[in-house]
Design a protein around this ligand. Sequence first.
Ligand SMILES: CC(C)(COP(=O)(O)OP(=O)(O)OC[C@H]1O[C@@H](n2cnc3c(N)ncnc32)[C@H](O)[C@@H]1OP(=O)(O)O)[C@@H](O)C(=O)NCCC(=O)NCCS
Length: 240
Amino acid sequence: MNQWTASLIQQLDDEGQRSVARRGLVGHYVAGTYRTIARPIATRQIIMRAKIVEFLWGMDAVANMLVTIPERYINAFLRAFGATVAEDAIVGDNLRMATIHVNRFEPLTIGKSVNTGRRLIFDLSAEVTIGDHCGLGNDTAYISHTDFARSPLKAELFPVRSAPIRIGRGAFIGSNTMVNSGVTIGQCAVIGANSVVLSNIPPYCFAAGSPAKVIREFDRSKIPPFNEAEAFIIPEGTTD
Ligand SMILES: CC(C)(COP(=O)(O)OP(=O)(O)OC[C@H]1O[C@@H](n2cnc3c(N)ncnc32)[C@H](O)[C@@H]1OP(=O)(O)O)[C@@H](O)C(=O)NCCC(=O)NCCS
């Protein structure tokens, strides 16, 4: 590597240096050019195509389209159909939406510095609010309604019900977990993998199982406080 190249790499920030290590110097600048010029154009094209799909075939077809959208376009795509998504949230691909024909993606709010795995399911019959700094594992589902479809059980025993889901700031939801309608998970709670969360979970505790039960409480003195001035979304009822 010549001196000029070495000094150029040195001037880059950490992310830039990682990018050079991954792609090489030329690849890094080609990717940067793509990000600043081509990506906004590609994003607009995808959204325009999705709006046409909505006009012709409705929101279920838009949801099918979303499943195939690469991660880098997802935030803009969600916002284009009414969701509130913080700028720096990372939402994994293969995202599925249910019950979106009434309010499109409007009931969905995803906070600042949220990081999700892949193949999540958001059922948007009612509001689903993910607070800042949450981590949502792969294959987790947020199911805000129950409807037994055409079963006679629906008449009296199991009428349709729907209620909001709220996940407090800094909570972590382990892979393969299902969060049921009406559930509020407290700030900085951890839900173990493969859990079924049927009732509210208080802040600062570890809960797991089916149904999820509190297993232990955390020592709050070991958890740095949030920067309140930077709060984007603090879901109702998630703090004590
Ligand atoms: C939360 C987690 C990290 C465990 O945390 P931990 O504090 O180390 O928990 P421990 O292993 O000490 O377990 C404490 C108790 O909870 C139980 N437990 C832990 N995870 C559980 C789960 N997912 N379901 C049911 N019980 C669980 C343990 O069996 C143990 O019970 P015991 O005291 O009777 O033996 C882990 O269980 C988990 O779910 N990880 C999620 C991984 C994941 O989803 N990653 C996504 C990609 S990042």
